[in-house]
Design a protein around this ligand. Structure first.
Ligand code: OMP
Length: 238
């Protein structure tokens, strides 16, 4: 996988998506379809975006017993998306079941499967007080990344702040997909572990996920180019 900038299509339906994508005529994009859009439109949204030539990360963050996740992944594998995810907190057996389901449901190459470690909207303080995890946030993220690797997954979702350590401990071919991306002038909103595209690049992240910074921008294409240049190292800290 080259190092993509993945745009999070956090929209309520197809009409909004089509309106947004008019800004990107002739661009082949890497798009993330999340819960809101998928629950509204169903599998057809994945088929339509694939037909337009885009790559798709289907972000449904599965987290259930292994048998249920395996069966669900068999179905998702048939949609033709390029990447899917689970919550690492579901455990190693669940992650193994996710991979097995994808393998069983794919006719060719299975989609990449990555595990969400600690959500980028979680702070260390919150993790300790709400999840009662006594370790540091970095240790928790790294532990989940190791479990995901042992389960045969392809990588993790983490913040840019943890990407370097994960790559150095687990290997650079293990994907670190990093949301919580903002340019310096952007509002971080509900995100707690936030960084610029340039920072993510310097920390060796495999991909960045950018939502509201682009989707809610006055000029989404201009903002996309700005983020892309910062991510690819064409621009200094934006
Ligand atoms: O799995 C994800 O994509 C994800 C994991 C995570 O830890 N944090 C996170 O923000 N995301 C997703 O990444 C996107 C970030 O959106 P913005 O904060 O608007 O850039 C959203 O669609 C989230 O659902």
């Amino acid at each position: 996988m080259k190092k993509p900038l993945i745009i999070a299509l956090d929209f309520s339906g197809k009409m909004e998506v089509n309106h947004f994508l008019k800004n990107f005529e002739n661009e082949k994009l890497f798009l993330k379809v999340g819960m809101e859009l998928f629950y509204q439109e169903g599998p057809s949204i994945v088929h339509e975006l694939k037909e337009q030539g885009h790559e798709i990360f289907l972000d449904l963050k599965l987290h259930d017993i292994p048998n249920t996740v395996k069966s669900a992944m068999k179905r998702l594998a048939g949609l033709g998306c390029d990447m899917v995810n689970v919550h690492a907190a579901g455990g190693k057996a669940m992650m193994e079941a996710a991979r097995e389901g994808l393998e069983a449901g794919s006719s060719g190459k299975r989609p990449s499967c990555i595990a969400v470690t600690q959500l980028t909207s979680t702070s260390e303080q919150q993790m300790k007080s709400e999840q009662l995890i006594p370790a540091s946030l970095n240790e928790s993220v790294l532990h989940y990344a190791k479990l995901a690797k042992e389960a045969g997954l392809d990588g993790v979702v983490c913040s840019s702040l943890e990407a370097r350590e994960i790559s150095s401990r687990i290997g650079s071919s293990f994907l670190t997909v990093t949301p919580g991306i903002r340019l310096l002038s952007d509002d971080s909103g509900d995100q707690k572990r936030v960084a610029t595209p340039e920072f993510a690049r310097k920390e060796g992240a495999s991909a960045i996920v950018v939502g509201r910074s682009i989707t809610r921008a006055e000029n989404p294409f201009e903002k996309y180019i700005q983020c892309k240049q910062s991510w690819e190292g064409v621009l200094n800290e934006a």
